[in-house]
Design a protein. Structure first.
Length: 295
């Protein structure tokens, strides 16, 4: 029986002059079978009209390459904070900008967007969770797209919500459009949140018990610079952090995650992207301790 293709890629920039076509070309140059991108800078609201992004050319190359378009992922900008009830203008921005982003993602014919559930900034987790639910319900009642929102598991830095599977479940249960929401599991984040990532089977069993693996839409594949429970959220390259290659490779090749896209968000080595080498090691199941020298 032929070995099933691993659905794995990385976070790729969407930059001119080739925009989406260039994004697809870069992903393919790393040997990727999917990828993730922003529709614009994650730290601001400046957005180029999607008509300029060479979407048709990018989609043609996607089809030619054999990438399943349904596995491609977008990431919402970090400035969206749907859990902030302290600052009304921040909450208004979360609603309007998320609504805009969903429509932009739909223009790319991409079916899912990863969203950080936000930080309660002092109002308390319950207030933050309810605010996130309210924002999602308001936005999903208006957007008119089929794009699914994958709520990302968070590390517990500051006043973040979505740190435990139970909090994520609470958000999902409150959304009135259950077919439009799911989860993005980040290996660095769950490690830093206090979950034993080395017990991959146990972690996935707990996720299934609390949330349900049918709600898992994407996995972010990151090593962590910090030990379990640090609540820091600092990504490390594969095999260079506290999680280690062996555990990360188990997530990538786990039979329960075969159909789910895995996305690397690991940092550059100097000015060089590490993704081709990291993906090669993970797909082949063999770690090279000197892999950085080959970049």
């Amino acid at each position: 029986m032929a070995k099933e293709k691993i659905i794995i890629g990385s976070h790729i920039s969407l930059a001119g002059p080739d925009y989406y076509l260039g994004t697809v070309k870069e992903a393919l140059s790393y040997g990727e079978t999917t990828f993730m991108f922003y529709t614009g800078a994650p730290q601001n609201t400046i957005r180029i009209p999607t008509e300029r992004f060479k979407i048709d050319e990018g989609r043609a190359l996607i089809k030619e390459s054999g990438i399943d378009e349904a596995t491609i992922v977008c990431h919402a900008p970090y400035i969206i904070n749907p859990a902030n009830t302290i600052n009304p203008s921040t909450l208004d921005l979360a609603k309007s900008f998320l609504l805009s982003e969903l429509k932009r993602v739909s223009d790319f014919h991409v079916s899912m967007i990863v969203l950080h559930p936000g930080a309660h900034v002092g109002a308390g987790p319950e207030a933050g969770i309810q605010s996130c639910i309210d924002v999602l319900n308001e936005v999903l009642s208006q957007d008119g797209t089929d794009v699914k929102i994958a709520i990302e598991t968070m590390a517990g830095k500051g006043s973040e919500i979505g740190v435990t599977f139970e909090q994520i479940k609470q958000i999902l249960d409150g959304v009135e459009y259950p077919k439009r929401v799911g989860v993005c599991l980040d290996t660095c984040h769950v490690n830093d949140a206090g979950y034993d990532v080395h017990d991959v089977d146990g972690l996935l069993e707990e996720f299934d018990r609390v949330i349900g693996l049918d709600k898992l839409l994407v996995v972010h594949i990151n090593d962590s610079k910090n030990p379990i429970g640090a609540h820091k959220d600092r990504h490390s390259n594969i095999g260079l952090g506290e999680i280690g290659f062996e555990t990360i490779e188990k997530f990538v090749t786990h039979p329960k995650l075969t159909k789910i896209p895995k996305i690397l968000e690991t940092p550059y080595i100097g000015e060089k992207p590490p993704y081709k080498k990291e993906i090669e090691m993970l797909v082949n199941g063999k770690y090279d301790p000197d892999w950085q020298k080959d970049l």
